[in-house]
Design a protein around this ligand. Structure first.
Ligand SMILES: NC(=O)C1=CN([C@@H]2O[C@H](COP(=O)(O)OP(=O)(O)OC[C@H]3O[C@@H](n4cnc5c(N)ncnc54)[C@H](OP(=O)(O)O)[C@@H]3O)[C@@H](O)[C@H]2O)C=CC1
Ligand SMILES: O=C(O)[C@@H]1CCC=N1
Length: 258
């Protein structure tokens, strides 16, 4: 059991709180300046508070506010060497935070799927504490990376859900255009993405082999794959990732200017 606090309970903070509450193993304190936001996460927490000092009492403190507010909050927390500070802010490095706190600093790039326990997260830091590993395990899957790769992780798994939502909608809209009703099309498109992702995770086959497995000779898929392979769809996805990565680098630069 870990005593954990989450400071900032907006989109990402509330998703983390829901994910961390799933096992019932942890004592969760939620902190935000907005009482209405706290009301929404209250069912998933032991304590909700607007008082930063109360959130600072946890063993592991997640700071989940906008990147430009993160350093100021870390200053105000005044954590001890026995505590762990987790920063999830895009473009905010451990180097920028370590001089501001005595706590062990761990940088995590999570994503919104924490809410359902399906988060893909990347973690960097000199010491990834057992408590942080246990918490991240409960909200999904994490990999350890060098901090230099955090901009890429921010784009791939941090921003990634938005890109995937876009693709699901494109498939859903095509289904609707061809006659499915929107509710049916949404279920079929979303469940297809979920099933395909689970297949990639569980299968020992390469992704190219999995594509071949769906393409029956002289069948339907092969015709659709021809269109995709002749298009620049893969380049558009790559460009979206690179654009997000560039913005993460810019945010890091803006932080250095403070
Ligand atoms: N959204 C996502 O999918 C992901 C976000 N992140 C990172 O998570 C961080 C938060 O993003 P997101 O959740 O989208 O942002 P939101 O704006 O949705 O949430 C931030 C919350 O923090 C609150 N807040 C502001 N100041 C304080 C304070 N002093 N004390 C306590 N709470 C405060 C805000 O209140 P108010 O609105 O009233 O100011 C708001 O409720 C960012 O650094 C982002 O880079 C990382 C990965 C994925
Ligand atoms: O868009 C953003 O800046 C944040 C970081 C990754 C996902 N959302």
């Amino acid at each position: 059991m870990v005593h954990v606090s989450v400071i900032g309970c907006g989109n990402m903070g509330s998703a983390l709180i829901r994910g961390l509450s799933r096992t019932g193993n942890h004592t969760i304190t939620a902190c935000d300046v907005d009482e209405e936001v706290l009301d929404e996460v209250e069912p998933y927490c032991e304590t909700t508070t607007t008082d930063l000092a109360e959130a600072a009492e946890a063993t592991v403190v997640f700071v989940v506010v906008k990147p430009d507010l993160t350093a100021g909050i870390v200053d105000d927390l005044d954590l001890s060497a026995e505590q762990t500070l987790v920063s999830i802010a895009a473009g905010v490095s451990t180097d920028a935070l370590e001089p501001r706190t005595d706590a062990t600093v761990v940088r995590v790039m999570p994503n919104l799927a924490a809410a359902t326990g399906d988060m893909a997260a990347a973690v960097a830091g000199d010491e990834i504490t057992d408590e942080v590993a246990e918490l991240l395990d409960d909200a999904g899957v994490f990999v350890e990376i060098d901090e230099a790769q955090m901009h890429t992780s921010t784009a791939v798994n941090g921003s990634g859900p938005a890109f995937v939502f876009y693709l699901i909608k494109a498939m859903m809209d095509a289904g609707v255009e061809s006659g499915l009703n929107p509710d049916e099309a949404k279920v079929l498109a979303a469940q297809t993405f979920k099933g395909a992702a689970e297949t990639v995770i569980q299968s020992e086959e390469s992704i190219d082999q999995l594509i071949d497995d769906v393409c029956s000779p002289k069948g339907t898929t092969i015709e659709g794959m021809k269109v995709l392979r002749e298009s620049t769809a893969d380049e558009a996805v790559a460009e979206a990732v690179f654009a997000a990565e560039r913005r993460s680098e810019e945010l890091a630069g803006e932080g250095d200017d403070e």
